[in-house]
Design a protein around this ligand. Structure first.
Ligand SMILES: [Zn+2]
Length: 102
């Protein structure tokens, strides 16, 4: 993981979603105390059912966004393929059982 980051190899697929974190830093004199929170892009993802946040640098956002989009498309494509396979299996098994009953 570290070596991939060090080489700055863009990720191909990433789970999760890009979000904007808004927070107050706690300094009473800061603009965020007056209702203008600090914003930073982050990747929200889930590990063993727990949501985690990875704060991103601005230059990382585009490649992360693309990898998240590729992951979503791959998952959707796989789900669609699996549904077709399931439909075919159900039809085949039912046809076999119907012919067995004759
Ligand atoms: Zn602040």
């Amino acid at each position: 993981m570290m070596s991939r980051l060090a080489k700055r190899k863009a990720p191909r697929v990433l789970p999760g979603s890009l979000i904007t974190l808004r927070r107050k830093c706690g300094k009473p004199s800061c603009r965020c105390a007056a209702g203008d929170p600090h914003e930073s892009p982050a990747l929200s993802y889930s590990v063993a059912g727990r949501t985690k946040m990875l704060t991103l640098r601005p230059e990382e956002v585009e490649e992360v966004a693309q990898a998240v989009a590729r992951y979503r498309k791959s998952v959707n494509d796989l789900a669609a393929e699996a549904q077709v396979e399931l439909d075919e299996l159900v039809a085949r098994v039912r046809a076999t059982r119907a012919s067995d009953r004759r």
